[in-house]
Design a protein around this ligand. Structure first.
Ligand code: PEP
Length: 250
């Protein structure tokens, strides 16, 4: 039985005061989340603070990105070692905003995934198609290519200690959610693709859906056979809303 996970991606939002309030709200309600692993991914500069706030709770803090190098002349970058050093064990890799705004290619994402794995961090690998790609019926080709880049570099075994998040780019931050059937179709594709290489890894893999998930649509999405929780952007900035989504993941 796969344990569900709900991860909040705060993106570049918040300040010390709003984060304190958000974490107070989450800490006050998180014990009523029965099944799901609860993760929050703050902007880098707040990660150590949030790690401290998570102490003694069942909330885990993660990072939103990492550098594929260990240290050195990489101004503005943050290494996986540093993420680990401040007490994080989880990191998002290949979020669509990293791919589209910062030009991260499938290969660059695969390098970051490999680095996270090498360091013992658990990567949440984000994959998903653009609207145009869906309209051209190449969703599976695109998602398959994004997965292959990682599998070709790190091997199928590397997926054993990772999470995959399917996030159709057209549904991120747009208020347009994939229908439960559309999401399930791609999740089933991802699981069967991985199963063709290793059935055990596919069976144990937590597959999250992301893209305008809210408390009002979470239950239906999470009830799909291959959806094991969610990666939540906007709605993770509201403690009541995020907790309601976490509770929907059973
Ligand atoms: C995300 O940032 O990964 C995301 C899914 O955002 P939203 O929930 O706001 O669509």
């Amino acid at each position: 039985m796969r344990k569900p996970m709900v991860a909040g991606n705060w993106k570049m939002n918040g300040n010390l005061e709003s984060i304190r309030q958000l974490m107070d709200g989450l800490k006050a309600g998180v014990d009523s989340v029965e099944s799901a692993e609860v993760v929050v991914c703050p902007p880098f500069i707040y990660v150590p603070k949030v790690v401290g706030m998570c102490d003694g709770t069942k909330i885990q803090a993660g990072a939103q990105n990492l550098c594929d190098q260990n240290s050195g002349a990489f101004t503005g970058e943050v290494s996986g070692e540093m993420i680990k050093d401040v007490g994080c064990q989880i990191v998002l890799v290949g979020h669509s905003e990293r791919r589209s705004i910062y030009g991260e290619t499938d290969e660059a994402v695969a390098d970051k995934f490999a680095k996270a794995q090498e360091l013992g961090l658990k990567p949440i690998l984000c994959v998903g198609e653009l609207l145009e790609e869906r309209e051209n019926n190449i969703t599976e080709e695109v998602v398959g290519r994004q997965l292959d880049a990682v599998i070709n570099k790190s091997g199928i075994q590397a997926l054993a200690n990772s999470v995959v998040a399917y996030e159709p780019v057209w549904a991120i931050g747009t208020g347009k959610t994939a229908s439960p059937e559309q999401a399930q179709e791609v999740h089933a594709f991802i699981r069967s693709k991985i199963a063709s290489l290793d059935a055990g890894i596919a069976d144990g893999l937590q597959l999250l859906y992301g893209g305008s998930v809210k408390s009002g649509n979470a239950t239906e999405l999470f009830s799909q056979a291959d959806i094991d929780g969610g990666l939540i952007g906007g709605a993770s900035l509201d403690a009541t809303e995020f907790l309601a989504i976490c509770k929907a993941a059973k």
